[in-house]
Design a protein around this ligand. Sequence first.
Ligand code: FRU
Length: 533
Amino acid sequence: NAMFSWQRTAFHFQPEHNWMNDPDGPLFYKGWYHLFYQYNPDSAVWGNITWGHAVSTDMIHWLYLPLAMVPDRWYDANGVWTGSATILPNGEIMILYTGSTNDSVQVQNLAYPANLSDPLLLDWIKYEGNPVLTPPSGIGSTDFRDPTTAWIGPDGKWRITIGSKINTTGISMVYTTTDFINYELHDGVLHEVPGTGMWECVDFYPVSINGTKGVETSVNDGVKHVLKASLDDTKLDHYAIGTYFIENETWVPDDPTIDVGIGLRYDYGRYYASKTFYDQNKERRILWGWINETDTATDDLEKGWSSLQTIPRTVLFDSKTGTNLLQWPVEEIEDLRLNSTEFTDVLVEAGTTVPLDIGTATQLDILVDFEIELLGTEESVNGSSGCGDGAADRSTFGPFGILALADETLSEFTPVYFRVTNSTDGDVTTYFCADELRSSRAPEVFKQVYGGEVPVLDGETYSARVLVDHSIVESYAQGGRTVISSRVYPTEAIYGAARLFLFNNATGVNVKATLKIWQLNSAFIHPFPLDQI
Ligand code: FRU
């Protein structure tokens, strides 16, 4: 539908048509990155869930392939739901996925490639003895889904974890197996957090303590372990960093006050059902996440598609803070960079905006650094935490940042900004925020102010990287300590009319901004040439 064509993105992964949700079973195999995804081949709303499939050599330029798995058995008749891949040391690939049965019971099924010599992994065989796991006693038949990638212990047994809930306590159970067919449920859970509800799409993986490279899922030396749950009740992806004790199959958070579901989030914007995989090609761990729509289902049906995936991100432990992960767009996205413009020490006085003359601004990669200059000997205290009521909410130290997807007259714009707060006892806390309130003049669009705390260490400037892609503003603060994906639907700030501004809404500081901004090429995502399959 041409009416909505400007909302299509140019370098984020999205199907040609119809509905997509969770990323599934990402892996690298024989030169190709594979992305599977929850996909409705028939409509732009959720239902009839299959595994869509695409491949890429760089995780940016994707080629759509035929569906990998469809709901054609009693044990997945109501949907081929989310699952994960494990590459065994002998080169075999095991996929475990949740099937919603003909009676809507959630079971786990095994699938494997029909032909391991096919780099495209086009055909999948569902194991004849499926399902391999049914809900254990005490677990609700619709609270048992989304098995992880397996990791192997020193005893030679594989482990997987599967999220669930008991009453309102979110839990993750551990199973061991040697053949991916027969499983034993471990007594006790990997972890549980009261009040967090159903844990969907649990992810569990090691991160190297020195924070330089990604590590394979079974590594348990020199690492901390990340546990992530997608909370069904709030539709938010929460992670925590801790220690995995393989001897009793438990994981303990470093800081119980920021446990899974109550502390850190991967992304403070529109983001859910994420999953990592270890990329043995480049020794890194890659995180995928689903960005869903914030317009109406009616609009989605009219435009004929719904949802995108984030830019794949590398994930590392932040050895400087010791308390969070660092996420960063895969380096391959830099191959899309075209011409760039640099700005040095642009003064943005308190209460002003400054246009940046870069031409059109719908496909950008922006690096920006802000320094602040106190105007007086300000003793003012701004104790209110968080992102306030958005970018219009003025205080001594901010907010300051950029206005992305803005039109010339500033009738539409999406501010991405820092908000520095202090308390009477002198503690300074910085928040990284995005404000969608004025992002679109379209009436029936859900708009919110998003954000989270971001650690800013002594001597650091306020730095951000922002990827703009027509209707997505994906923003990374302080090297990826805090990330926000905004899903916005400008009606004026589109194509050649889109602009970029700096803004400073502080009352007590001027800011100086230094930027490097690239125009980004499109990724031209399209079907794999059929005659070559
Ligand atoms: C998360 C989720 C999963 C489930 C899948 C179904 O978005 O609800 O728990 O497997 O989507 O499409």
